[in-house]
Structures are given as structure tokens and as C-alpha cells.
Design a protein around this ligand. Sequence first.
Ligand code: COA
Length: 180
Amino acid sequence: MAGKHTKRGFIIREAREEDLAEMVGFLAKLALHVSGAPPHELKESERKRLLRTLHSSLDDPNKLLLVAESKNSALVGMGYVYIWRSQGIWEQSEAAEFKSGVIDDIWVEPDFRGLGILKALLRDLVNFAEEHHASELILEYSASNKEAKAAWTKLGFKPTGVRAAAFTSVVKQALAESQG
Ligand SMILES: CC(C)(COP(=O)(O)OP(=O)(O)OC[C@H]1O[C@@H](n2cnc3c(N)ncnc32)[C@H](O)[C@@H]1OP(=O)(O)O)[C@@H](O)C(=O)NCCC(=O)NCCS
């Protein structure tokens, strides 16, 4: 599993406590990337909350937090999967537990994109999901996130739903116009 050096100049390994501060920086960049906002600094309370969340994932057997490390030991990416369990809800079905691997918090530093780091992260995330008998992988990306859409599509993911948003005023107007 993780930790082997590759010819491409990076390794994938499990995250450690000393990585967490830098990983919070990646999460902040990811949030800005998804929202399209200019650079901002995280509130101290949010930085601490993210640190606590990442920290609690380190020892959780249902979660795997990975980093990509360049040859000179700099962190250049991260990825995360957790095993989500759901019980059958129908009387008629067997009492089976269904498991999915939820993938989240994927970030590769801009200078290191296109080198296969996402694929290398995903290989280990998929192995973890398989070891936990998760037969399905789930993730979300923003419709405006073109590189995410391109990469996930190439890796076999297909949209299964739509998250829609509207200004309250727009919905109010639409309802007013459709009043019979
Ligand atoms: C999306 C992201 C994680 C891809 O990481 P990466 O390490 O550059 O991806 P890889 O090099 O492993 O490429 C994986 C596949 O996706 C394709 N791909 C990656 N980026 C692409 C892009 N911008 N346009 C088209 N295809 C792309 C590659 O062609 C590759 O397939 P191939 O090797 O068969 O050609 C990276 O661009 C990123 O961190 N983006 C910002 C954060 C983000 O959007 N995270 C995902 C949120 S869900």
C-alpha cells in the first residue's frame, strides 16, 4: 500500500500528525478553488476545527487520510476516504448492511498536477474501500470545477444527481408568475 517511491518523483503515504497543519492549508485552498473566491485567510476558530477533524480521522479505522509527498519531502497533495454504512430500510429485503466509500478533500498542488498524483491517491483509497467491502464510491464536485469533472469522468464517475440553488427572490417571483 502507500509509502513506495515512484519513478515520477512523489510518494503516497498515510497522513501523520505533523502533516495536519499543512493539510488545513490545502483544505483552505480547495474551498477557495471551489467557490472561485480570491485568496482569504482562515479564521483561527475554523483552522482549529479543521485540525481537530483531521486529527480525529488519523486513528479512525473507517477513514483513510493520505498525502502525496514530493522527492524533497514537501507535501504536494492530499486525499481522503471514509466508509459509510447504511442499513436496509425495507421489510422485504434481507438485513444487509450496505457500504460505500465516500471520497473527499482531494487537492493536488498546481505545480504537481497532470503527473498522476490523483490516480496514485485514488489507487490506495480504492484499495481501502475494497478492503472494507465498500462496493461503491461516492464523491461530489462542483459543476463549475472543470478539472475535477474531467478527471473524475476519466476515472469512471458518472453524475447521479443534481444539487440546485436559487435566490429566494427568484423562486418567489417564479411562484408569483405561476399563480393561476
Ligand atoms: C482534479 C485534480 C485533483 C487532478 O489531480 P492530478 O494529480 O492533476 O490528476 P492526474 O494527473 O492523476 O490525472 C488523472 C486523470 O484525469 C485527467 N485530468 C486531470 N486533470 C485534468 C484537466 N485539467 N483536464 C482534463 N483532464 C484532466 C488526466 O488526463 C488523467 O487521466 P490520464 O492519465 O488517463 O490522461 C487537481 O487538478 C486538483 O487538485 N484540482 C483542484 C482541487 C479539486 O478540484 N479537487 C477535486 C474536488 S472534488
